[in-house]
Design a binder for this molecule. Structure first.
Ligand code: ADP
Length: 538
C-alpha cells in the first residue's frame, strides 16, 4: 500500500512533479526562445534584403525608363525631346515677360534646357508619353511619373498631374541630379501612404530633358516580406513542434524505467524481496536498474541470513534450556541418589554457564554489526603489538600447558605499529588460542608467532591438532557453523567454549573492522594455522 510521505517535497507547478513534463517544458521554452530570437534575426535580414532588392529593382526600372526616353531610336526619345524643347521655349517666353521677377534660384534650377523646336504639337506628344508611363507602370507595378527638367509632372500613370505639384525639391530628384542613390521613403500626399520613390534623370548628352519618377507603396513591398516571414515562421513552428515531440519521446524513454523502478522499490518495501526490474539499457538508467537488482538481492540475502541466524540462535538457546529443564524436573520429582542429583546440578550449572556465554556471544555479534562499532573501529590508534602479544602469551601459557600442550611463542625483536583496538586484538587471539587448545590432543603443540611481510604484520596461531576437512574450511567463519557435530572437542575442555559455532564468526567481524584479513589453512590429522594480516600504520 502506498502511503504519502510527509517529507516528500511539495511542488506548486505540475511540471515540477514530473520529470517528463519538466524536460518537455524546459526544452519547449528553450526552443521557443531560440525560435523567437532566430525569427527576429531572420526578419531583420529578410526585411533589409527585400527592401534593398525592391529599391534596386525600382531604381533599375527608373533608369531603364529614363534611358528609353533619352534614346532617339527608342521611339520615345524624340518625342520627349520635342516636348522638352517646347516647354523650354514657353518658359523662356514667360521669363522674358517677367524679366527681373524671377529669383536666382529658379535660374539655377534650369540647368540646361533644350532649344525650342518650332511647330511641335504638345497634345499628341503628351498622349505618347502617357502611354510610355502606363507601359512602364504595367511592367514594373509601380506608379510612373515623367517630370520635365524643372521637376513639373508631365504625365503620371495613375493620377492627374495637377494632384501633386513640382517634384524638384524631392530628395530622390535632387539625388538623381547628383547621380547619387536615387531613393526616398516618405508619405505620398496623393495616396496618403508611406511610399518608396526613386528617380532617374533623362539626359541627352549634357542636356537634362527631365526625370522619370517611380513610386511604390511600402505596404506592397512589406506584404511580400510578411508572406515570406510567415512561411519561415511556419517552418520554424513546425521544427519546434517536431523537436518538442522528440524531447517528449526521449523524456518518456527516461521516465518509463524510473517508474518501473519506483513500483519495484515499493514492492520490495512492502516485503516482496524477489522483485527485480528488467535491465535493457547500457546507460546510467541501466546501471541504476542493475544497482537496484543487486540491492534487492543483497537485502534478500541479508534477510535470509538473519532468519537463519535467528533460527540457529533459538535452537542453540533451546538445547541448554531443555537440558536444564529435564534435570530440574527430575530433581523436583525427587531423586534419592545423591550422586545423580549432584551430577544433575553440576550439569545444570554447566548448561547455565553455556547459556550465559551464548548470550554474551550473541550480544557481541549484534554490537559488532552496529554502525557505531564500525565507526569506532575505524578510529583505532596505532599501537605497538609486541608488548600486547607477550602479555597475552604469558596469561594463557599456564592454562595451555596444564592441558598437556606445548606452547611456543616466536616473536621478532621489532614489529611495525598497527592501527587496532587492543581489547579487540585480545578477543581475536583468545578465540583462536582457545580453539587450538580445544581441538589439539594432549602432547600436541600450539605456536603463536608474528612477522612483517609486504607492508603487513602477520600474526599466526598454529596447532598440531586434528585439523579441519577441506569442505568445511570455507564455512568455519559462518555463524553457528561447527565441523561435524559428532566430532566433539576434548570433553575436559568443553566448558571453556560456547561450542555454538560463533567464535570464529566474531573473530572474522573483529578482524575486518580493524582493516585486517584472516586466512586459514589446515590438514586433517596434522593441524591448522590461522593467519591474521593487519596493514602497517606509517
Ligand atoms: P566454536 O565456538 O564452536 O568453537 P568456532 O566458530 O570458534 O565455534 O569454530 C567453528 C568450528 O571450526 C568449530 O566447531 C571447529 O569444528 C572448527 N575449528 C575451529 N578452530 C579449529 C582448530 N584450531 N582446529 C580444528 N577445528 C577447528
Amino acid at each position: 500500500m502506498m502511503t504519502t510521505d510527509p517529507t516528500s517535497p511539495k511542488s506548486s507547478w505540475f511540471w515540477q512533479r514530473s520529470l517528463q513534463y519538466r524536460l518537455v517544458f524546459t526544452y519547449g521554452v528553450l526552443f521557443f526562445v531560440v525560435l523567437v530570437l532566430l525569427m527576429g534575426l531572420v526578419a531583420r535580414i529578410v526585411y533589409t534584403a527585400q527592401m534593398s532588392d525592391a529599391e534596386h529593382n525600382l531604381a533599375l526600372q527608373a533608369f531603364l525608363a529614363a534611358s528609353s526616353l533619352e534614346d532617339p531610336l527608342s521611339g520615345y526619345g524624340s518625342e520627349f525631346e520635342a516636348f522638352a524643347r517646347r516647354e523650354a521655349d514657353e518658359t523662356r517666353k514667360e521669363d522674358d515677360e517677367h524679366a527681373g521677377e524671377s529669383s536666382d534660384d529658379e535660374d539655377e534650377r534650369r540647368i540646361e534646357i533644350a532649344p525650342q523646336s518650332p511647330g511641335a504639337v504638345t497634345a499628341p506628344i503628351l498622349a505618347r508619353l502617357d502611354q510610355v508611363a502606363r507601359t512602364y507602370a504595367r511592367d514594373t507595378g509601380a506608379r510612373v511619373t515623367i517630370l520635365d527638367a524643372r521637376g513639373d509632372p508631365v504625365v503620371d500613370s495613375a493620377f492627374a498631374t495637377n494632384l501633386f505639384g513640382n517634384q524638384w525639391a524631392q530628395p530622390e530628384v535632387q539625388n538623381a541630379l547628383q547621380r547619387e542613390e536615387m531613393r526616398s521613403i516618405r508619405f505620398d500626399p496623393v495616396t496618403g501612404q508611406r511610399t518608396l520613390f526613386v528617380a532617374a534623370p533623362i539626359e541627352q548628352g549634357a542636356t537634362l530633358l527631365g526625370f522619370v519618377q517611380l513610386a511604390r507603396p511600402l505596404r506592397e513591398i512589406s506584404l511580400g516580406i510578411w508572406s515570406l516571414l510567415l512561411q519561415i515562421l511556419g517552418i520554424g513552428v513546425a521544427a519546434v513542434s517536431v523537436a518538442t515531440a522528440f524531447v517528449y519521446w526521449i523524456a518518456h524513454q527516461i521516465v518509463r524505467p524510473l517508474q518501473t523502478l519506483e513500483t519495484a522499490a515499493l514492492s520490495v518495501a512492502a516485503g516482496d524481496l524477489d522483485q527485480r526490474v528488467p535491465v535493457e539499457r547500457a546507460d546510467e538508467i541501466g546501471a541504476l536498474g542493475r544497482a537496484f537488482n543487486h540491492m534487492a538481492q543483497e537485502v534478500a540475502q541479508m534477510m535470509a541470513q538473519q532468519r537463519h541466524f535467528v533460527a540457529n540462535a533459538s535452537h542453540e538457546l533451546r538445547t541448554p534450556l531443555t537440558n536444564i529443564r529435564l534435570r530440574s524436573e527430575a530433581l523436583l520429582g525427587g531423586i534419592h541418589d545423591t550422586a545423580l542429583a549432584q551430577r544433575y546440578l553440576s550439569e545444570i550449572d554447566s548448561e547455565a554457564d553455556r547459556l550465559g556465554r551464548l548470550a554474551t556471544d550473541l550480544l557481541d555479534l549484534s554490537r559488532l554489526d552496529s554502525l557505531s562499532a564500525k565507526v569506532e573501529a575505524a578510529q583505532a590508534e596505532a599501537i605497538d603489538l609486541l608488548p600486547q602479544l607477550r602479555a597475552l602469551a604469558e596469561t594463557h601459557r599456564l592454562r595451555i600447558e596444564q592441558m598437556g600442550l606445548t606452547f611456543t611463542v616466536d616473536l621478532p625483536a621489532n614489529l611495525p605499529r598497527v592501527r587496532i583496538w587492543p581489547d579487540q586484538l585480545e578477543s581475536i587471539l583468545v578465540n583462536l588460542l582457545d580453539n587450538a587448545a580445544k581441538f589439539t590432543p594432549r602432547g600436541g603443540e600450539i605456536l603463536l608467532s608474528a612477522e612483517t611481510a609486504d607492508d603487513c604484520v602477520h600474526i599466526r596461531v598454529r596447532d598440531t591438532g586434528e585439523g579441519i576437512p577441506a569442505e568445511d574450511l570455507p564455512h568455519i567463519f559462518d555463524s553457528f557453523y561447527r565441523v561435524d557435530k559428532a566430532r566433539s572437542p576434548r570433553r575436559s575442555h568443553r566448558s571453556q567454549s560456547s561450542g555454538a559455532g560463533l567464535g570464529l564468526s566474531i573473530v572474522r567481524t573483529l578482524v575486518a573492522q580493524n582493516n585486517g584479513r584472516i586466512e586459514v589453512s589446515s590438514t586433517v590429522g596434522q593441524g591448522s594455522a590461522f593467519v591474521l594480516r593487519f596493514p602497517c600504520s606509517h
